[in-house]
Design a protein around this ligand. Sequence first.
Ligand SMILES: Cc1ncc(COP(=O)(O)O)c(C=O)c1O
Length: 449
Amino acid sequence: MSPKTLTAVAPQIKTALPGPNAKRLIAADDRLISPSYTRSYPLVAKRGRGIVIEDVDGNEFLDFSAGIAVVSTGHCHPEVVSAIQKQAAELIHMSGTDFYYENMLALAERLTKIAPMPGPHRFYYGNSGTEAIECAFKLARYHTKRQNVIAFYGAFHGRTMGALSLTASKPQQRRRFMPLVPGVTHVPYPNLYRRPKGSDGRQYAIDCARFIEEKVFTSTVPPEEVAAIFVEPVQGEGGYIVAPEEFLRELRRICDRHGILLVDDEVQAGVGRTGKWWAIEHAGVQPDMVCVAKGIASGMPLGLVITRADIMDWVPGSHASTFGGNPVAIAAALATLDVIEREGLKNSAEVGRYVLDRLSSWPKKHAPVGEVRGRGLMIALEIVKDQETKTPDPETRDRIIQMAFERGILFLGAGPNSIRISPPLVVTREEADVALEVLEQAIAATKRP
Ligand SMILES: Cc1ncc(COP(=O)(O)O)c(C=O)c1O
């Protein structure tokens, strides 16, 4: 990639897509790699810098997926690359479960200053979002000595057996894997766009939370046997659905009343994506545990749990992971936090607001756009067959994403029929303008007769 393209605002599509090299690699992938992956379109990435991804045929795309909301500082941010290189030359691994090293503590001390609940805190290090959830699930049972947990319809918490038991996003994610971990009850998540016609949004949000107390606790699960409620403050994979603040506050009240832990899954929404360090902060709610992954290390595998220190009362041998808290991943996280603190937080709030403003007129202008929603740079457009009936239109959503790809912009779907806009937190307004222009053209091109 030439230095000029490092600041490129316009995508550069030079071949038919997929190009010849991409075709060859995709054929090999078809033979060799697990068919369980869900590739939306044939992008074969070669290198990335900032918002730009260059494919194996020299085509350049603007990445408005950030590798599924992971490369928060952009691709290969120079400060992150330099921190990785320096750490890799010094110490790549010395399992933190059996030995000690310094940067594990440096990251814990850094996170303790920005955690969404007051300290003292303790930290568990793993390698992914699902591992952070497994840790929180096991710790919630261990600490409370209670077996049951509550999670929400539409939630995505990961794919290992414990996390999958909490996940209730798409049936394919669970098909033929049951029985899962027992003791999980799913309850409705307040999707304001799809609330009962004529109902008041605020009341509906509160009612969703109260369903737990008024229905679940009075009919199937005694509250004193519930260890935790797991919640995403913005459902990610479920469709970028923002939980109303009243809902999160009501969950906090219910947890306090019954001695239940509130576990905040910030794997996708955390680390600045919504314009604050943590999405739950928008509601002024303090969780008991926070699960973090994706954006924390700009693409290096790292997942972690922040808890109130008194909760982490398990003993040696209860839980650990060989690679968890790898020194190189932690070095990347420390550099990532520097960049986000310096520019990402403010930019995510500002450019996010700008994008949302620009999109706000789209439901009026474009019939397939049922709703525009989001916070910071976690934004979605819901694509429907009919704005009145709100019937989901996954086929049109997929066509729009495909057309945007062909015009050089990378988006991903979320939920059954939404398009997610989740660029790196350092994206500029000019880059956003280019992406939205393409997105709008793609939507307009799907016009029904
Ligand atoms: C909110 C949330 N929790 C957990 C996970 C699982 O993370 P991972 O894929 O790193 O295991 C994801 C992944 O998309 C997520 O969005």
